[in-house]
Design a protein. Structure first.
Ligand code: GLN
Ligand code: ZN
Length: 769
């Protein structure tokens, strides 16, 4: 067995410094290139990654370089490798039973009436994985040698990489029961059938030259999965005992990032594996446990989830503390670097001072190199690097803008967090004169090629501010006219001026910086460019008011102002780590509060504050959830607390799993809440009714994730289902989410059908409000 290297990362961004993978994959999907060209582009990218990692200080020959490439998603990779695909895709296998790349993409994206795998958020990140579907009849068999070939490819290029694969417990714990499974079926019950395929895979990886393999088992840290911690621990013990006993396998590193392992740590310590990676950014040093002797502990002290350079000296201290457990220690990132952009050196437009406080993926790799050197040569050998990081940290602490007296000097009282009583608001809002089952949309209208081109030309300086504004006014006018023609009740301006619902606000608030190349994979070929929230947040000038007021001037209907809420702005940015999130959220909330006051002054009577990310930031540990829900709800209430009784405050949430967050949603105290419901055929209305939700609620009737136009009958039946469960006076009619990703033809046809269906249902429920 070769020893585990002194330092490593748990994974590296797959998309490429200039989103090469996105371009290659999308060209293939569009039929512009063939499989051969796509495979070539991907191999080039992998080779570039290995070279880069070696040049940044990870060793060429010692398994410190992970092989963590994926064409789309690592969970789908693991599912395809073990053959766990839904029955509806079985015919896509090649003659030899393997799942090729074209089949893989079809499973990810669907085809005709074959629905793709569902997509959902990966732990508490903004990365989305594909949810495997597993039933009693799922046949597990090694169905893809892709990872084995990648190892061979690396070996041929002179590297000894460490293949990374989602482990069997996590694969099953994240899976959902297949459609044909009996009620109550638990995919985890198939563990014993699945593990032998991993045994076979490990053998092949070893034969291809892998000395180590990394099994990612983040499910073990989560308390937010259907399986209990005890079930997960048992599953891990059982799977690892089999894998550990297998002959001809590589050494096994089990990585369990995103939170503290807690009670599962002793299980891993006792398992017949060779190394354990623990997240020391999110969790503390584990307690000594039996079986650790001879195992390597990879201390995840470099934050893989955020872009700050951080306190390197403190990170080294933690590694030394970890050594106290008596096992050999290696320096690691807390999670895969998948959540980070590639390289801060690519950012020529950021303030150099800000740059000196940052570390993107490549800089984190360099930090690992430093820590690893410290572990082998002693602290003195890396004193200069530790000091430099500490100096940057203290520079950051004292830099102008990081702490802004005017922002910090504001005194808040409890009254700032509450609106007037809802009964009083209800009466005041009757003046809005809305009909029963009011019709609205979630905010954005299609972002056409024309809009994107105009924005790009404006950004490049090819058209003037005046011309661009004139273009946007024309766009808004046509969106307003369309809604009037369709007969919607509460109109929107369509958000054509926004590139992204968070970045737009980041660009207009102090305390944020926006990157040029800071792309991070969101799902598949999609990437987002999170803004950097580095300083105290304030609003130098009104942001949305002119657009909303302009739109309102075009119509006698109510025009809904559109803001992104504080929690979502935090969730989809890289947020400063030098103060509690709650404090940062309140600063954002106060800026939004000023915006709301200005919208009101401009005659806007309905204002929506979107919080689609409220659930995503929910901590994985149950004990941490109440505090999170408390500050997140309070920040929303602070943002909206100043709104007059007559102002109708809406919020929008992008999902329908209410469960743990229903009380929080109620506590937001919005007058109207819109949620996603069309995809799950209104299943959620029963929960809403049961919870006795007594405010306006708009369960979506149009699945905007699909190009399909719902028929009038379909929408009508969804509405009837809602009317059965929820008092009509509370019901609103709206799509699941914004329309920005859709085209105009389908949007117009769908909205027309929604209006017609609403008329039918209204005729029947009449004035029963
Ligand atoms: N107002 C936003 C839109 O319509 C909301 C999007 C979201 O919730 N993700 O685009
Ligand atoms: Zn949404």
């Amino acid at each position: 067995m070769t020893a585990f290297p002194e330092g490593t990362i748990l994974g590296y961004p797959r998309i490429g410094r200039r989103r090469e993978l996105k371009k290659a994959v999308e060209a293939f999907w569009a039929g512009r290139t063939d499989l051969f060209e796509l495979e070539g582009a991907a191999a080039e990218l992998r080779a570039a990654t290995r070279d880069r990692l070696a040049s940044l200080g990870l060793g060429r020959g010692d398994s410190s370089i992970p092989e963590s490439f994926s064409f789309y998603d690592q969970v789908l990779d693991a599912a395809a490798t073990v053959g766990a695909i839904p029955a509806r895709f079985e015919d896509l296998r090649s003659a030899d039973g393997t799942i090729g790349l074209a089949a893989y993409f079809t499973i990810a994206r669907g085809e005709g009436d074959r629905a793709p795998l569902e997509m959902t958020k990966w732990f508490d990140s903004n990365y989305h994985y594909l949810v495997p579907e597993i039933g009693p009849d799922t046949v597990f068999s090694l169905s893809s040698e892709r990872l084995v070939r990648e190892v061979a490819e690396a070996v041929a290029a002179g590297f000894v990489t460490r293949p990374v694969v989602v482990g069997p417990v996590t694969l099953l714990a994240l899976a959902k029961a297949s459609d044909d499974a009996p009620d109550g079926f638990d995919p985890l019950s198939r563990l014993d059938d699945l593990v032998p395929v991993y045994v076979e895979l490990l053998g092949r990886l070893r034969a291809a030259g892998a000395e180590w393999v990394q099994l990612d088992e983040p499910a073990l840290v989560s308390e937010s999965l259907p399986a209990s911690t005890e079930q997960l621990a048992d599953a891990a013990a059982s799977a690892l005992s089999v894998l550990g006993e297998a002959s001809g396998r590589p050494s096994i590193l089990v990585a369990a990032p995103y939170a503290e392992l807690g009670a599962v740590f002793p299980v891993l310590a006792a398992a017949p594996i060779e190394a354990i990676a623990v997240d020391l950014v999110r969790g503390g040093i584990p307690e000594a446990a039996e079986g650790l002797a001879g195992k390597t502990l990879v201390g995840g002290v470099v934050d893989g989830h955020n872009i700050w350079r951080g306190d390197l000296a403190a990170a080294f201290d933690r590694l030394e503390e970890l050594r106290g457990l008596g096992a050999p220690v290696s320096a690691g990132t807390s999670t895969s670097l998948l959540h980070l952009p590639h390289d801060v050196a690519d950012e020529s437009r950021l303030d150099p001072r800000l740059v000196s406080w940052l570390a993107f993926a490549d800089q984190k790799v360099e930090q690992i190199g430093v820590l690893a050197r410290g572990l082998s040569a002693g602290r003195a050998a890396i004193a200069d690097e530790l000091d430099a990081a500490s100096a940057a940290l203290s520079d950051r602490l004292h830099a102008p803008g990081v702490r802004d007296g005017a922002v910090r000097g504001r005194e808040l009282t409890e009254a700032d967090f509450a609106r007037v009583a809802s009964a009083e608001r209800k009466t005041a809002q009757e003046a809005l004169g809305l009909p029963v089952l009011p019709l609205t949309t979630i905010g954005s209208f299609p972002q056409t090629g024309e809009i994107r081109r105009a924005r790009a030309r404006f950004t490049r300086g090819e058209i003037s501010r005046e011309d661009y504004d004139e273009f946007l006014r024309r766009e808004i006018s046509s969106v307003v006219a369309l809604q009037e023609e369709l007969g919607l009740d509460v109109l929107v301006h369509g958000e054509p001026e926004r590139n992204d619902m968070v970045q737009y606000f980041a660009e207009n608030l102090d305390g944020f910086a926006v990157t040029e190349h800071g792309w991070v994979q969101s799902y598949g070929s999609r990437a987002t460019r999170p803004s950097i929230l580095w300083g105290d947040v304030s609003r130098p000038a009104p942001i949305t008011v002119a657009w909303s007021a302009f739109a309102q001037s075009l119509t006698t209907a109510h025009l809904k102002g559109m803001l992104t809420g504080p929690v979502t702005i935090l969730a989809w940015s890289f947020v400063r780590d030098d103060q509690p999130l709650a404090e940062t959220a309140d600063q954002v909330a106060l800026a939004l509060r000023e915006e709301i006051a200005d919208l009101e002054a401009a005659g806007i009577a309905v204002i929506q504050v979107d919080e689609p990310a409220l659930r995503e930031l929910l901590p994985l540990k149950r004990a941490d959830q109440p505090a999170y829900l408390d500050w997140s709800v309070r920040s929303f209430r602070l943002a909206t607390g100043g709104a007059a009784a007559a102002t109708q405050v809406h919020t929008h949430l992008c999902y329908s799993e209410f469960g743990v967050v229903i009380d929080a949603i109620r506590a937001l105290d919005a007058d109207v809440t819109s949620i996603e419901a069309a995809r799950s055929r209104m299943e959620v209305v029963a929960d809403i009714a049961e919870a006795g939700f007594d405010r306006g609620i708009g369960p979506g009737v149009y699945d905007i994730h699909s190009p399909r136009v719902p028929t009038v009958d379909e929408v009508e039946s969804l509405l009837r289902r809602a009317v059965e469960e929820i008092p009509t006076r509370h019901l609103w009619v709206n799509p699941d989410c914004g329309l920005k990703t859709r085209g105009y033809d389908e949007t117009t046809a769908s909205l027309r059908n929604i209006v017609e269906a609403t008329r039918r249902v209204r005729a029947e429920v009449g004035a029963v409000v």
